[in-house]
Design a protein around this ligand. Structure first.
Ligand code: PEP
Ligand code: MG
Length: 328
């Protein structure tokens, strides 16, 4: 156990860099502020996804601005000035909330959820935005909106953010006036119009869990059709490439915080497509880092090109697995 811990700590200090010197950001996904320490121990150089919905799911009442501020500040401080991407409330859909009476729906995943609730309930959303802004005085907090499907949604969310900034200025409360704001790319429409969306944001983070479910029309929870849930499907791969290229064309960065980012079979393909940041469950970080450190960007680009020329997810997966196996 002690030896294992030492090994992990040693690997945590190693840079996530390829053999030909290409650095990528290897970040952790967390659901609670107290998970940040563990992510750091496992080698996370930042937080790529802080899912804040637990704050809303746990209690009978909506979390206050001060409660949220303390949570976000804690993570910002633990991460010592490294980026902390905090996603605004991704509630609704299938997530039951005691603190909010949400309607029953025929298709919860296509329904009233995430940014759609936020924009409809400024009274709840602005409490979170104010807490995030206040916490931004204590570290490098980035704000990220979930389930974006259109430019109007980004603009409306940013208008509320601007209102919060003005309020805090009037109150004399400190915050980072240059705070970065990005969006999740998890709805196919957003991926398709990523060239347009890139003009309005500082970064993208691809949510492959939902992107895959919506693109392939396959419920991510339904085991009966689990074989159809293929994150390396040629359609998903093309969307991922399109999003990364769109962001780079406009000098923005793209991360990934869906499960695919922590899947060793996908690492070389994603690196080859130019993904800038990989964010995953903390326990996956050492393995993904060891893969990144044993390959070159150039060979990954070649592999990604070849994967894009293939016809099926099965072929792509088998090919990526065989290359990985050769690496040992
Ligand atoms: C995703 O959809 O890939 C994602 C990271 O969000 P969540 O899993 O929380 O829906
Ligand atoms: Mg999602």
């Amino acid at each position: 156990f002690q030896e294992e811990l030492k090994r992990l700590k040693d690997s945590a200090n190693l840079e996530a860099v390829t053999k030909d010197g290409h650095h990528v950001d290897l970040f952790g996904n967390i659901g609670k502020s107290k998970d940040a320490d563990h992510a750091l121990t496992m080698g996370a150089q930042g937080i790529g996804l802080y899912r804040t919905e637990f704050l809303y799911m746990e209690n009978d009442e909506l979390p206050t601005e001060d409660v949220q501020f303390e949570e976000y500040k804690k993570v910002a401080e633990v991460m010592h000035g490294n980026p902390v991407i905090i996603r605004t409330m991704d509630i609704g859909g299938d997530k039951e909330l005691k603190c909010l009476d949400l309607p029953e729906e025929m298709n919860p995943f296509l329904g009233y959820r995430a940014i759609r609730i936020s924009l409809n309930r400024p009274d709840i959303f602005k409490v979170q935005l104010r807490a995030l802004l206040r916490a931004s005085a204590f570290g490098d907090i980035h704000i990220m909106y979930p389930m974006i499907a259109s430019v109007e949604e980004v603009k409306a969310a940013n208008e509320m953010l601007d209102e919060c900034k003005e309020e805090l200025i009037a109150e004399g409360v400190a915050f980072n006036t240059d705070i970065k704001v990005g969006i999740m790319i998890e709805v196919p429409a957003a991926a398709v119009i990523s060239q347009i969306l890139a003009k309005y944001v500082d970064f993208f983070s691809i949510g492959t869990n939902d992107l895959c479910q919506y693109t392939l029309a396959v419920d991510r929870m339904n085991e009966a059709i689990g074989n159809l849930y293929q994150p390396l499907h040629p359609a998903v791969l093309r969307l991922i490439k399109h999003v990364i290229d769109a962001s780079h064309d406009q000098g923005k960065f793209t991360g990934m915080c869906g499960e695919l980012a922590g899947d060793p079979v996908a690492t070389m393909i994603l690196l080859g497509l130019g993904l800038d940041e990989f964010s995953m469950t903390a326990s996956s970080i050492p393995l993904i880092k060891s893969i990144l450190r044993s390959v070159t960007k150039a060979e990954c680009e070649e592999l990604a090109q070849k994967a894009l020329s293939m016809d099926t997810a099965e072929e792509i997966t088998a090919y990526a697995k065989s290359v990985l196996a050769e690496k040992g």
